[in-house]
Structures are given as C-alpha cells and as structure tokens.
Design a protein around this ligand. Sequence first.
Ligand SMILES: [Mg+2]
Length: 301
Amino acid sequence: MAVGYPARASATLVGVSDELPSSLVGTGDTLTDAGRDALQAIISDPARTLITLDFDGTIAPIVADPEHAHADPDAVDALARLGDLVLGIVVITGRPARTAVRLGGFDRHAGLDRMVVLGQYGAERWDAHGDRFGAEPEPEAISEVEAELPGLLAGLGLSGARIEHKGRAIGVHTRELPDPGEAFDALRPALDDLARRHQLKLEPGKFVLEIRADGSDKGDAVRHIVAETGARQVIFIGDDLGDLPAFDAVRDLREHGTPGLLICSASHEEDALTIHADLVAAGPRGVAAWLGALADQLAAQ
Ligand SMILES: [Mg+2]
C-alpha cells in the first residue's frame, strides 16, 4: 500500500532504541520486519550506510520526453544533505551516466562531492570527486540493432515510436503514440526476437522496451559498489521492473548479514515492485520527502 507523504516531511526525533520516527516508516504497519531492522541499523550507523537509488521514476518524475526528465529538486537537496552524513550515495540507472548527471544537476551541488553515478546498468561510471567519467566499450551488436530498427517499426506501422540510443542500449518508447499500451504489446515480441538474433536482451519498462547487452544489471552494480565501499548497511530505492535485480541483490546481502532497506517509488502506472519492497513511497515526491526526513533524523542525532 502506498504511503502518502506530506510535501516536506518533518522527522520526529527519537533515540535509536526507541520507536522509529513516523516520517521514516509511514503511517500504519507499512514497514516489513526486515526493513525495520535495516532502518534501525541505518540510524545507528549512518557513516557505514550506502544509499543506492534509481533515477527515472524514483527521483525524477516520468515525463513524455526522457530528455526533460529532470530530478526533483527536493530529492537532490535531500541527497546533498545526506552526502556528508552517510558512507556514500550511488545512483544506478539504465541511462548513460553523463545524462543522469546532467538531468540530476549532480555536478552543481555542494554535498554531492563524493557521489557516484553508475550508468548503463554499471557499464559507465561518474565520480563526482574529480568529475571523472569511465565506460566500457560499446557493443557492436547495438549498432546493428539500431540499423534494423526503423524498418522493423515501419513494418508494424509504429514509425512514430521514439528511439533513444543510450550507447550500450537502445530504448524504444511508445508513450507518445496514440495507444501506448497496444503499441508496447505489439512491439514486445518483435523486439524480443530482434534482441535474441543479436545475442542481446530485452528489458521492458514503463512504455519503453530496451534492448541491451547481457552481462551487467543493477543487481551486479549494487553488489560491486557495496563490496567496493565496505558498506555495512544498504538502501536501494527503485520504481521499475529493471530494478528487480537490485532488489534481489539487497535481499541476498541481507541473508548474508548486511541489513538492507528496499523502498519502492510507486505510481498509478507502475506498482510492480510494491510487493517486493519494505516501504512504499508515493512516487518521486514521496521519495524526496523520505530522503528529507532521513537527512533531518541523521543531522539531529
Ligand atoms: Mg526507474
């Protein structure tokens, strides 16, 4: 069930051993036991807590043109306040790292000077420290798929679908077509076949079908960054089916003794993750409020 957060939550200050603040657990019995344990550990030991989170639909509202999906300013402000309080903040996205940095304005915020953005499901990396970008080489099969796509779309009468070249992936968006759902369903088997023929895989999202190289997913990205940083607790926040591998990775970590908190950013058009989450926030505004409440709590301790 979704938790309705106020536009700007204020935390009730409590001792670590006391009941958790309502601004962080929602109203009612919405937090799982594993989530409650993780939240206690996070509040007790923020300096060894890693915050990992998706970008689109999680801290940036979904809009028709993905080039204009800017991050919610309150979410970025909250992350900047958390930047000095936690071990690290890592955005893990299917987008190119540079695009997420630009749309998030992450290179313009004091407090985010240790932030990391893992783009293309971990194939690209931006470190705020030193403003450094790195990337694995682009697979040749992606260019071959790009060459075939216009003909395939024309054959299905869907030439209006927006193609987004992401370097190591290609997204086909149906959101702007007259019937986005019908177009999505018509495209899915054709793009699945195209992906398989090029030894690539198809990843469905919100009115977007993405063809990308197999190998890395958000779960691998979470595992690597947790190992690299030596985090003792981890938070992951996501909204979409592409975030499921990250949810699985956090559950694995949890089973091996690393407390993990899974938060879903749910919306009216996407709630696939809600049953897997410890806590459900009402879209990017809810996520921004929750991050703000966590910053309030940690700053006041
Ligand atoms: Mg997303």
